[in-house]
Design a protein. Structure first.
Length: 541
């Protein structure tokens, strides 16, 4: 019986090359590991230097003038004040009508005693509160510090993720650069809303699963090669379904990250399902490449149960843990609901859990019926094309040397990055369907999990800034295509030079365009005419 294997795609996303390789004559550890992992991750100093340089650039853009504007903007009015309340009580309390004026004046201590009804989980607000603990609750830098720090870490993390996926330190740096300079991610990193924290935990979960993918394949190679006999092949019984790979810590880390994402916003739910299926699909593919005969059943039975246990229950337990402040309180909203509502059917549950379940039922009903006119609402159909950016802040101050001045904070993605990324998704569809490239499938999974569920609620008021949850995957999609432009290792020197020039020109143009839009991302005071010149489309105003 022959034992054929399918070679994984080369680490840089290039077309061409044979998928089918010669049958495995000997299951040596080195040979099987190479087949399962593909090209090795880049080594040397550039592996860390380039991602760190991109993170420093992202940090400069996010931290310089972070305190401008010095007042609560857009939904900071909810989340910053909730964060302060949680630091004081462990749960959200109500505020008087003039609370924003007091907060902006550096006097946040005007909380009321009554608990407040909120519909978002606590993780993002606790993270905002961490920055306020470090730098104070009476200044904008303090309440925005955590968002800027997490945004900067996201740049570093994406650069490392791209580096491993594409086997290239330069493509990893390109991913970090594009995320660092894009206005959509930049503005949300400079504003204390929940979405930047959601985006980070989702990206962290994906990075953990990527590490688990490599770890699982190394284990598979090691356990198959260790059992190889004199003929160089493992026993037929082992090759029938493949070995059991055991507990994998990186999957557990992913489950915790997904629980923290869910504890930030419920829109993380589709990612839990999508990433869970993705990691099992990677294991099925590994068994197929290794020559396991019943690779589907082997993967489902031997990898699936532990994958589920490490992701779904762990995410749920982590999520419950994020409500610790609510559980420990005596008068948080709905905390004692169960005491006044006995139940024969559910009375066996602890009263705290029943009360939290009722709170969630109420919040879910609120979200289901959430729909009202808003001047900056944007249908998901327009997000990829930046059809309706969100204005977080706009004033007409003086002091710009012109008759009329503008000061704005606008969630407006770099058009070159976003429009190119939207087109790149079509390329990835081709490489996924036509060439079965796992990288294309993984990136599209991230985009789909963050984007497609919003189309299920056409009546709900939605905003463009929600797209930051899957923006890192859009950047990965664009960088995938930049890798195609560069050409593979087998390309001739002239082809490589042309590719390097084209990619360099694209990245330089993206940076230059970001510099042009920077004033309306960071609340610089500029002449009104300059602001108007940056409003390319009527729908942007």
């Amino acid at each position: 019986m022959s034992h054929t294997a399918v070679q994984p795609r080369p680490d840089s996303p290039q077309p061409g090359g044979s998928w089918i390789v010669a049958p495995l004559r000997a299951y040596t550890h080195a040979d099987l590991t190479a087949r399962l992992l593909g090209a090795a991750a880049p080594g040397g100093a550039l592996r860390w230097v380039l991602p760190l340089v991109m993170a420093v650039l992202g940090g400069i853009l996010r931290f310089v003038r972070l305190g401008e504007p010095g007042s609560l903007v857009f939904d900071e009015t909810y989340y910053v004040k909730d964060a302060y309340s949680m630091l004081q009580s462990g749960y959200e309390r109500e505020w008087p009508e003039n609370a924003n004026d007091s907060f902006n004046a550096g006097n946040p201590d005007v909380l009321l005693d009554a608990p407040d009804y909120v519909v978002h989980p606590p993780v993002g607000k606790w993270m905002i509160g961490f920055g306020m603990l470090l730098f104070g609750s009476d200044n904008a830098f303090g309440w925005r510090f955590s968002a800027a720090a997490i945004g900067t870490l996201s740049v570093l993390l994406l650069a490392l993720v791209a580096q491993r996926m594409f086997g290239s330190a330069l493509l990893g740096a390109a991913a970090g650069l594009l995320l660092a300079v894009d206005g959509h991610h930049l503005v949300e990193s400079r504003t204390s809303l929940l979405d930047i924290f959601l985006s980070f935990w989702l990206l962290a979960a994906f990075a953990a699963l990527l590490l688990d993918r490599d770890d699982g394949r190394r284990r598979l190679a090691r356990r198959l090669s260790a059992r190889a006999g004199d003929d160089g092949l493992p026993p037929p019984a082992l090759l029938a379904y493949g070995p059991f790979l055991g507990f994998r810590a990186w999957r557990l880390v992913a489950g915790v990250c997904l629980g923290l994402a869910l504890g930030t916003k419920w829109s993380a739910l589709p990612f839990i399902a999508a990433f869970g299926l993705l990691t099992v699909a990677w294991d099925l593919s590994a068994r197929r490449i290794a020559g396991v005969h019943h690779w589907v059943r082997g993967g489902v039975l031997k990898d699936g149960p532990l994958a589920f246990a490490c992701i779904v229950p762990v995410a749920l337990l982590t999520y419950l843990g994020t409500w610790t402040g609510w559980f420990l309180s005596a008068d948080a909203y709905d905390r004692t609901w169960a005491e006044g509502h006995p139940s024969e059917q559910w009375g066996w549950l602890p009263e705290g859990l029943r009360s939290l379940a009722e709170y969630h039922r109420s919040a879910f009903a609120f979200h289901q019926g959430l729909g009202s006119d808003h001047p900056y609402e944007a249908s998901p159909w327009t997000w990829l094309f930046v059809g309706r950016p969100t204005s977080f802040f706009y004033e007409k101050p003086t002091g710009c040397g012109a008759d009329a001045c503008s000061q704005a904070v606008t969630v407006l993605g770099n058009p070159l990055i976003w429009w190119s990324a939207a087109l790149s998704l079509l390329v990835l569809l081709f490489f996924w369907i036509g060439r079965r490239d796992w990288r294309a499938a993984a990136i599209l999974t991230g985009v789909a999990a963050g984007y497609l569920p919003w189309f299920l609620y056409p009546e709900r008021t939605t905003f463009y800034f929600y797209a930051v949850s899957f923006e890192p995957f859009l950047v990965l999609s664009l960088v995938y295509c930049l890798g195609l432009v560069l050409g593979g290792p087998g390309a001739d020197a002239a082809r490589r030079r042309r590719g390097i020039v084209l990619v360099g020109v694209f990245l330089a143009a993206a940076v230059a365009l970001s510099a042009y839009f920077l004033p309306i991302w960071t609340a610089e005071v500029i002449p009104y005419d300059q602001w108007r010149m940056r409003m390319w489309l009527r729908s942007w105003i």
